[in-house]
Design a protein around this ligand. Structure first.
Ligand SMILES: O=P(O)(O)OC[C@@]1(O)O[C@H](CO)[C@@H](O)[C@@H]1O
Length: 334
């Protein structure tokens, strides 16, 4: 089973402001509300791909109730500790000419609720994957991810860590199965400016030498790289799309990669699929739907001048047939 941990989930309130003038009232042309937080985004993407996962974390108040209700409606399994006070944050995403985000701090988490969460996490065991991603609320210890990994270490669990600088570097001693920083995060860690996957590859080697098994570095429109646990280097371009909203694109990459690795697909194919999932979300409102992912996978293989591997091509065909049947049933029911 894949477990995702979101210690500080959010409702992402995406606004499309026509202007963004500081000190004035700006008007938005439309708004959307999505379930957010990195782990939740990964579980949402996995659910879209019919890969079971359990989203774990801490929720509170009316926003937390709404978040959990929405997850249930979508069919995303969850196991959240509920706080008695405060409310799950609402993160503002201002999707104008440039994307501007204001992320909330999140509720204060009492120690007894942390203990409850840790106790619930004891269900994670041998052969499971645990994804630790997103910010750690101020009221929790900064080394919370390390505490979780140390507690669960030695049980045969595969850890996936997608966290900023120091947190990521500290986690490497636990030999995470996968880390996925982007080029800017890697640049900040090593004090360099790097844009393209080729330039990032030496740093992927450094991160692997420091303990990570598989290292993905996403480089936005320049593509992405994977240095896999066997030492093989893979570089994949990005499919061309019209950018709608990049929130959750990195999480979708992680979800797409895990979905393919879980079914035993080779690492390069998993990276290509992961890249397509990230791009598909960037082209969507919220986390990408299956049909968009399939479209982007097809476009990416075309761009690379390669044939789509059998397993992925069969999935695409099955999804197409299923969508057609659903549409037929829908119009018959009207
Ligand atoms: O404040 P954090 O935890 O660092 O990031 C949270 C967040 O910005 O990351 C996700 C992906 O971009 C969003 O769904 C969410 O609002």
């Amino acid at each position: 089973m894949i477990y995702t941990m979101t210690l500080n989930p959010a409702l992402d309130y995406v606004m499309h402001p026509l202007t963004l003038d500081m000190g004035f009232t700006n008007r938005s042309s439309s708004e959307e509300l999505h379930c957010g937080g990195n782990g939740i985004n990964i579980s949402t993407l996995l659910n879209e791909l019919d890969v079971p996962s359990i989203a774990m974390g801490i929720a509170a108040g009316f926003t937390g109730d709404y978040l959990l209700k929405r997850l249930q409606e979508k069919g995303v399994a969850s196991n959240f500790v509920i706080l008695d006070r405060g409310y799950t944050r609402i993160n503002i995403k201002l999707n104008g000419i440039v994307m501007t985000m204001v992320n909330g701090m999140g509720p204060k988490i009492p120690e007894k609720k942390v203990d409850e969460l840790l106790a619930r996490m004891d269900v994670v065991g041998a052969g499971d994957t645990l994804v630790l991603t997103g910010s750690i609320p101020n009221s929790l210890p900064e080394d919370m991810y390390m505490q979780i990994m140390r507690r669960l270490g030695g049980r045969g669990i595969q850890f996936v860590v997608d966290a900023p600088g120091q947190l990521l570097m500290e986690s490497l001693e636990m030999h995470p199965f996968l880390i996925k920083p982007n080029n800017h995060e890697v640049g900040r860690i090593y004090g360099v400016e790097i844009e393209e996957p080729e330039a990032c590859m030496p740093y992927a080697h450094k991160l692997q030498e420091a303990g990570a098994r598989n290292v993905i570095i996403s480089c936005g429109g320049h593509g992405s790289l994977l240095l896999d646990e066997n030492g093989a280097e893979h570089i994949v371009p990005t499919a061309r799309i019209r950018l709608v909203n990049a929130t959750g694109a990195g999480d979708s990459m992680v979800g797409g990669f895990l979905a393919q690795v879980t079914r035993g697909v080779d690492y390069e194919t998993a990276l290509i699929f992961a890249s397509a999932c990230g791009t598909a979300t960037a082209a969507s409102k919220g986390i990408a739907k299956r049909s968009t992912i399939d479209r982007v996978v097809t476009a990416l293989y075309k761009k690379m001048g390669r044939a789509i591997p059998g397993t992925i091509a069969r999935d695409i065909e099955e999804n197409r047939v299923r969508a057609e049947e659903d549409e037929k049933k829908g119009s018959e029911a009207k």
